[in-house]
Design a protein around this ligand. Structure first.
Ligand code: SAH
Length: 304
C-alpha cells in the first residue's frame, strides 16, 4: 500500500524534538530510546537502572547486527548522539549523525566535543530521505528508534541500499505493531500513541523484513525484543511519575512549550497498555547489502 505522506510531518517531528530536548536529557541522559532488561528483571531493583539499560540496548543492537569496529556509520535519526558516542568511542567507528532537529544536532556536537570524539562523530540537521551523501559512502546504516517517524519506509530501505557499500550492514531498532489486522480497540490505542509521539504509523516487524528484502537486502532477520524493553514504561520506575503527580508542573511546561510537549507523558500509560496487550511490539532488524548489485552468471564463452 502506498504510504500516506503528510507534508507537515518533518516539521512537526523537528519541533517535537526541539521542545523536548532537555526533558528527554533529564529523564534519559543522552539516549532517546528504550532500555533493555532481561525478562523477569525489575528495573533498578535487581535489574539495571534506566541509564545502564539504555546503554545496554545499544550494545544489544551492535551485537545482533554485528557492527564491525572501525566502520564508517550513518546514524539516521541520531538524537543527541548517545548511540553514536558509543559507536565512535569504544567501537572506534567514524559516525555521521543526522536528525531533523537543529537543536539536537548542536547538542550532539557539544557532547561529542566534551567526550573527546568530535574527530570521529559529527552531527547535522538533515532529512533521512534527502541527505545528500554520495552512493556507497557508508559501511553501516544505523537507525535506532527513528524509522517510526518516517512515513515512506520503502524509500528508507531504498536509501539505505544506495548509501551502503557492497557487503555493508543495515542495523535498525524500532517500535512496531503486531502483524495482522488490528481490532477497533487496538487501532484506537495505536492511533493515540501515534498522535502523541508524532509518528505517521507503525509497521509490524514482519513488514519491515518484507520491505528490506524487497529493496534487495539479503540475510534479512528480525528479533522481537518487546518483553526486554517494555519495562521502560513502568510508571513505578520512570521519573515521569513526578510529572504525572504534579499538574502544576505539567501546566507550566505546556504554557512555556505548547501542549505538544505533553505528548511524551500521555504516551507512557498507552505504551504500557500496548505492550501488556501485545499490540505494540519492538524489535531489531539486520540486513546486508549484497556484494554485487545483480548477481549474474559469468559470461559463458566457448570452451576451449
Ligand atoms: N537514535 C537516537 C534518537 C531517537 S529519537 C537515540 O536512540 O537516542 C528519533 C530521532 O529520529 C530524532 O532525532 C529525530 O529528529 C529523528 N528523525 C525522525 N525522522 C527523521 C528524518 N526523516 N530524517 C532524519 N532524522 C529523523
Amino acid at each position: 500500500m502506498e504510504p500516506v505522506i503528510d507534508p507537515g510531518l518533518n516539521s512537526a517531528v523537528e519541533r517535537y524534538y526541539d521542545i523536548t530536548l532537555d526533558l528527554y536529557e533529564d529523564l534519559w541522559g543522552e539516549h532517546v530510546h528504550h532500555g533493555f532488561w532481561d525478562p523477569g528483571e525489575t528495573p533498578g531493583l535487581e535489574g539495571a537502572d534506566r541509564h545502564a539499560a539504555t546503554d545496554r540496548l545499544v550494545h544489544e543492537l551492535v551485537d545482533y547486527t554485528g557492527v564491525p569496529a572501525g566502520s564508517r556509520v550513518l546514524d539516521v535519526g541520531c538524537g543527541i548522539g548517545g548511540p553514536a558516542m558509543h559507536l565512535a568511542g569504544p567501537l572506534g567507528c567514524t559516525v555521521e549523525g543526522i536528525t531533523l532537529s537543529a537543536l539536537q544536532a548542536a547538542r550532539a556536537n557539544e557532547k561529542a566535543e566534551a567526550a573527546g570524539v568530535a574527530g570521529r562523530a559529527r552531527f547535522h540537521q538533515r532529512d533521512a530521505l534527502a541527505n545528500g551523501y554520495p552512493d556507497e559512502s557508508f559501511g553501516v546504516v544505523w537507525a535506532m528508534e527513528s524509522l517510526m517517524h518516517i512515513a515512506d519506509r520503502e524509500a528508507f530501505f531504498a536509501e539505505a541500499m544506495r548509501l551502503l557499500t557492497p557487503g555493508g550492514t543495515l542495523a535498525v531498532a524500532t517500535w512496531a505493531v503486531r502483524d495482522g489486522e488490528l481490532d477497533d480497540d487496538e487501532r484506537e490505542l495505536v492511533r493515540q500513541i501515534l498522535v502523541h509521539q508524532v509518528m505517521p504509523d507503525f509497521s509490524s516487524l514482519e513488514e519491515h523484513e518484507r520491505l528490506a528484502a524487497a529493496a534487495g537486502f539479503t540475510e534479512v532477520a528480525t528479533v522481537d525484543w518487546s518483553s526486554a524493553v517494555a519495562n521502560s514504561w513502568d510508571p513505578g520506575f520512570a521519573q515521569i511519575q513526578q510529572f504525572e503527580r504534579g499538574p502544576k508542573v505539567m501546566r507550566d511546561l505546556a504554557r512555556r512549550r505548547g501542549v505538544d510537549v505533553l505528548g511524551f507523558f500521555h504516551a507512557g500509560p498507552l505504551m504500557k497498555k500496548g505492550f501488556d496487550t501485545g499490540v505494540i511490539t519492538y524489535g531489531a532488524l539486520r540486513a546486508t547489502k549484497p556484494r554485487q548489485d545483480s548477481p549474474q552468471a559469468p559470461p559463458s564463452g566457448p570452451t576451449p
